[in-house]
Design a protein around this ligand. Structure first.
Ligand code: SF4
Length: 222
């Protein structure tokens, strides 16, 4: 596969993210040389004229075959419109990752519902969608569990993004959540995705039964 960058940094400046700390810079489309292209931009949809960029990418052919695209760091649903959702689908962008980083509030929930509806109306299946959820930050474990429940009911997979304090430092600091909470949530995301993948069948039910017996003593819920 080919990896490309069509922009750098992000015009938004979320407190927990390092992508917005430098000016947002845009690049033109490089030569496309593979039928599978991964776009590594943190804020792909923030590009000026993103609709025409998506269409130009979609018109590319390599060895007379169409090209498939993936936006690795996800799309920002604040920049999503029905036209962009349709263009992404028509031009073979899959899977679609998006994020719910903020609290479990009504406004955030409606924003996510709107984005999911736009993507489904554009022709995506629920299995094409993945929601990044920020953990180990100010949003509590319990709120993150509510988000998981929300996506489980919708049959959409989640991806646990553990907050890291320092740029390029893989170490996890337990300042907002305890280590047990971080581990607990990791397992909860795993079960969500297994249940979605297997249409409600839990392949690790015995392992979970054993773990569940120690849950009240070991894990602290906010
Ligand atoms: S979390 Fe997303 S929107 Fe916020 S600064 Fe990072 S890349 Fe930009």
């Amino acid at each position: 596969m080919q990896k490309i960058n069509l922009s750098e940094s992000c015009p938004y400046n979320c407190a927990f993210c390092f992508n917005g700390r430098k000016p947002f810079v845009e690049f033109s489309i490089p030569d496309i040389v593979d039928n599978k292209v991964v776009i590594c931009d943190p804020a792909f949809l923030s590009k000026k004229n993103v609709l025409s960029v998506i269409q130009k990418l979609g018109s590319k052919k390599v060895n007379n075959k169409v090209v498939y695209y993936e936006v690795l760091q996800g799309i920002n649903i604040r920049d999503l419109t029905p036209e962009i959702a349709k263009a992404l689908k028509d031009n073979r962008f899959k899977p679609i990752r998006f994020a719910w980083d903020g609290s479990y509030s009504k406004s955030n929930m409606y924003r996510v519902i709107d984005a999911v509806n736009m993507l489904l109306e554009a022709g995506y299946n629920k299995k094409d969608l993945i929601c990044y959820i920020l953990s180990n930050y100010y949003v509590s474990l319990r709120e993150c569990l509510y988000k998981n429940k929300f996506f489980l009911i919708k049959n959409i997979k989640v991806c646990n993004c553990v907050y890291r304090k320092n740029y390029l430092d893989p170490k996890i600091y337990y300042e907002h959540w305890s280590k047990e909470e971080v581990e607990y949530y990791k397992q909860e995301c795993r079960i969500n995705n297994q249940l979605v993948d297997r249409k409600g069948y839990d392949p690790e039910i015995e392992k979970r039964l054993i773990r569940s017996k120690i849950l009240p003593q070991t894990y602290k819920l906010n």
